[in-house]
Design a protein around this ligand. Structure first.
Ligand SMILES: [Fe+2]
Length: 186
């Protein structure tokens, strides 16, 4: 089950939890209002028949899907991959991930530049909006299996920060200024 919290400023191992002291959690409604990140709970054991996922795919035209596994075994040069996933970046499209097994952390910036860590496990579907600065890391279990969805031909290209002049970034900030209401539709 998903959890999210504000991160401390420590630069030790990125795979640790990095809670503030005391921990400062944030629920999914607050996360959406602050960042536009959307969350859905899916039955990962039978996801093809999950109504929420079916509706999402239909309404948002997710025409592409694949499956990825990240672990020390599956990823050549694992240590360097971890470092590259963790470089702050944005995309011109939404990043949609459904966790089928394992776990990991998506870190997203809020409007005050604070990092919010979203801890995802089996059955968590997260949609990271286009234009938000974010990064990913595996946690100390070093294993995640996830579905990726996309509208049209997939583009996984990351644009590292700074990318403030990109249209998707400007549009994201506009939506943030408006409180993201219009995007809050399945
Ligand atoms: Fe990304």
């Amino acid at each position: 089950m998903v959890e999210a919290w504000f991160m401390d400023g420590e630069t030790s191992d990125q795979r640790l939890q990095h809670h503030c002291n005391p921990p400062e959690y944030i629920n999914m409604d607050e996360l959406f209002k602050k960042t536009g990140v959307e969350y859905f709970q899916i039955n990962a054991d039978d996801y093809e028949n999950d109504n929420v996922l079916q509706e999402l795919r239909k309404k948002r035209n997710y025409s592409y899907e694949d499956e990825i596994t990240c672990s020390e075994k599956c990823l050549p040069d694992y240590a360097n991959k971890l470092i590259s996933f963790f470089i702050e970046h944005l995309h011109t499209d939404e990043e949609i991930r459904l966790v089928l097994d394992g776990s990991g952390y998506f870190d997203v910036r809020d409007a005050q530049e604070k990092w919010i860590r979203v801890a995802v496990t089996k059955g968590d579907l997260i949609i990271i909006p286009a234009g938000i600065y974010h990064r990913f890391t595996l946690d100390v279990n070093n294993y995640i299996k996830a579905k990726r969805y996309f509208v049209g031909e997939p583009v996984w290209l990351p644009y590292n920060r700074p990318a403030d002049n990109m249209d998707c970034r400007k549009l994201y900030l506009k939506h943030q200024g408006e409180g993201f209401q219009k995007l809050n539709k399945v």
